[in-house]
Design a binder for this molecule. Structure first.
Ligand SMILES: Nc1nc2c(c(=O)[nH]1)N[C@H]1C(S)=C(S)[C@@H](COP(=O)(O)O)O[C@H]1N2
Ligand SMILES: [Mo]
Length: 357
């Protein structure tokens, strides 16, 4: 893993480790805003309160016995994924320089959030569902637990889980045990780990991290931004990355295989990926895996014959509504460095006369 920070623990796998459809637990990225909390499962209870007819307090055993188990394969992706490419355009002080590895895919098991909310009985005014974790972050001026909210329409969709297992193994503490939210298609920050409390409310949560995940206008000072200043992120935007070859690789001339992932986000799928061997002068269509469901990334591959010397390999994805990624990091640069979905660009050098190994 590439560990960007030890405390709190923030690490991403190298791109070449993300070639599989399912990411092994020891390879799955980790993103934390505070220390990983120590949880005692025996005394842990999930509270469900707010605008509900029947507030609940559920132990792990009760969750497992009172609701049917559900499984969803879903990709998590941090809003800060690929921030390093934005930083190449203009610096973003105080933020982790994430490469393209802040995204991973697991088979999640747990209960459907919709089933739990139905048991509690949502009231008509409950437009948002807020989640509170157990870890206390010192990023806000006054330390507070990590939290998030999503609109009730998404919260009651069948793909949103309260998960206790990942890849058919017990959920690791680092990924939120005993229970975490999984909001497929939405930025990772809404998938709250070490879940403690679910609150039905009329408005989005006022937790610091809800509006911290916003796209601010280019001239804004993130230190002075007010909660309403930005575009608060929810659904993920269309993105892609090159996983192979490695950045700055030195390679023999001749046909070379280029592979990567593309992820449409929200409830869309990836329809096409174009790749260029020569910085965008010529393009060919990559072979693209069929979507397993809208919640997962799709891998792609193409055999290119790049020109001799230094070149830029490029990939760009199109989604099921015909949208394409923006061309440059300059277009999407924002003061906190979120949602970089510009074309994937990779610098490599091809040497004539080198024999392929
Ligand atoms: N309680 C809690 N939940 C959290 C976070 C956190 O710091 N605390 N980080 C969020 C962010 S920003 C992301 S991208 C995902 C990362 O999940 P992972 O560490 O399991 O990959 O968890 C989200 N849930
Ligand atoms: Mo994130």
């Amino acid at each position: 893993m590439v560990v960007h920070e030890a405390k709190p623990y923030n690490a991403e796998p190298p791109p070449g480790a993300l070639l599989g459809q399912i990411t092994p637990l020891d390879t799955f990225y980790g993103r934390n805003h505070g220390p990983i909390p120590r949880m005692d499962v025996a005394s842990w209870r999930l509270r469900v309160d707010g605008l509900v007819d029947r507030p609940l307090e559920l132990s792990m055993d009760e969750l497992r016995s009172r609701f049917p188990e559900r499984k969803v394969v879903a990709t998590l992706q941090c809003a800060g994924n690929r921030r390093a490419d934005l930083m190449d355009f203009r610096d973003i002080p105080g933020q982790v320089p994430w490469g393209p590895g802040t995204t991973s895919t697991a088979r999640w098991s747990g209960v459907s959030l919709a089933d739990v909310l139905a048991e509690a009985g949502l009231q008509a005014e409950a437009a948002h569902i807020a989640f509170t974790g157990s870890d206390v972050s010192e990023e806000p001026d006054t330390p507070q637990p990590f939290g998030a909210s999503i609109p009730t329409v998404k919260a009651t969709s069948s793909e949103v889980l309260l998960a206790w297992a990942m890849n058919d193994q017990a959920l690791p503490t680092a990924h939120g045990a005993p229970l975490r939210v999984v909001v497929p298609g939405w930025i990772g920050a809404r998938s709250v780990k070490w879940l403690q409390r679910i609150t039905a409310q009329a408005e989005p949560t006022d937790n610091y991290f809800q509006t911290a995940y916003s796209i601010l206008p280019p001239e804004a000072d993130p230190q002075k931004a007010e909660p309403g200043d930005g575009i608060t992120l929810g659904p993920i935007d269309l993105n892609c990355a090159i996983l192979q070859p490695d950045k700055d690789a030195q390679l023999p001339c001749g046909p070379t295989e280029v592979t990567g992932y593309a992820f449409a986000g929200d409830d869309r799928t990836v329809a096409r990926v174009d790749v260029s061997p020569d910085g965008g002068s010529t393009w060919i269509q990559a072979e693209l895996d069929a979507p397993e469901n809208p919640w997962t990334w799709q891998h792609w591959r193409a055999t290119l014959t790049p020109p001799a010397g230094e070149t830029e390999l490029i990939a760009r994805a199109w989604d099921s509504i015909g949208a394409v990624q923006p061309e440059s990091a300059a277009t999407v640069w924002n003061p906190k460095g979120y949602a970089n979905n510009s074309w994937a660009r990779l610098h490599v050098t091809y040497h004539p006369g080198w024999t392929p190994r």
